[in-house]
Design a protein around this ligand. Sequence first.
Ligand code: FES
Length: 287
Amino acid sequence: MPRDRYRTFSSAAPASAAPAGAGPMPAGARGRAHTESFAQTERSDWWWLKPLSQALGLAVLGGYATWAALQGQHYEYGNYLSPFYSPLLRPSWLPKWVSPALLILWAPGGFRATCYYYRRAYYRVFFLDPVACAVGEPRKGYQGEAKFPLILQNVHRFFFIVTLVFLPILWWDVFRAFTADGHFVVGGGSLAILASTTLLSCYSLSCHSFRHLIGGRLDCFSCVVAGGPRHKTWSVISRLNEHHMGFAWWSLVGVCFADFYVRMCSMGIIHDVVWTFRQAMDVSPNP
Ligand code: FES
């Protein structure tokens, strides 16, 4: 590909200003919006609608998740366990006023907070940096994620590995939610926990770090051990990865809804209907 194609992109800045490697882009090369005053733009569409709806979504769902995790009660009902409290750790030394969720939520919380998609979303909607494409920014000193503290976002790949430990535990909770007294049961809570865990699995397995781990570092699959299976896995992960933004949102909705359902049942506000499958043809609803 002719080098001139790249040059046209950076024509606003002197070619010598563009560093050869990674790093913050010089202010002059960051586009016109960088030099305009905040929210100034020539865009005539409703550019503010998307950041506004993302801000509302993150505030409502993030607010609910934080509130639910701090409650420390009504997280269990029968064979259901809220995903915010799984795995359930209740050591004897833990004071009664400390929620067990706080012992484990640092991992999924850190995983989400450092997720590439969520970073883009909350940089835009809470730091307004940039609030949208081709819209003036409030600050001019942004240096990307190349310096402290934002360089710490690189721990995302390690949070991903920790999250892989959580997934089998969450699927065990699904198994428990569909069993009672040795019988297969189906209830509203079983379905809510199944949906939540399915969405959380899709969200985790579509992670950019996972895709990179499986095949992103390779130039040649056929040149490495188990290159064929790795390429197949990478292809599946890549298909999932295309929908990562959707999984990020729906998994957050799913996990909040599963907690809400278990909480409402535990508080006696809603009545869970459960069908017990004693034999293949004998299906009876429990009161
Ligand atoms: Fe979103 Fe890894 S990039 S979870």
